[in-house]
Design a protein around this ligand. Structure first.
Ligand SMILES: [Zn+2]
Length: 73
């Protein structure tokens, strides 16, 4: 036994929570490069990132970072 991937059952309110967090001023900068007004989020890491960094997160794979569009302009 080497343990399992018990990652099923994602809460459906997760994105709503992310949007709520995005309203807070401390989340108005990208967690990776500090660019203002990040519109993307890593749902599993729980950070907000700019469009540039979202591309980086996506390139590393969804097993590392699940990038979601958190806000639209
Ligand atoms: Zn960034």
């Amino acid at each position: 036994m080497s343990g399992g991937h018990g990652d099923a059952g994602m809460a459906s309110g997760k994105m709503a929570k992310l949007k709520e967090l995005l309203q807070k001023s401390e989340n108005r900068i990208c967690a990776d490069c500090s660019a203002p007004d990040p519109n993307w989020a890593s749902a599993n890491i729980g950070v907000f990132i700019c469009v540039k960094c979202s591309g980086v997160h996506r390139s590393v794979g969804t097993h590392i970072s699940k990038v979601k569009l958190a806000a639209t302009q």
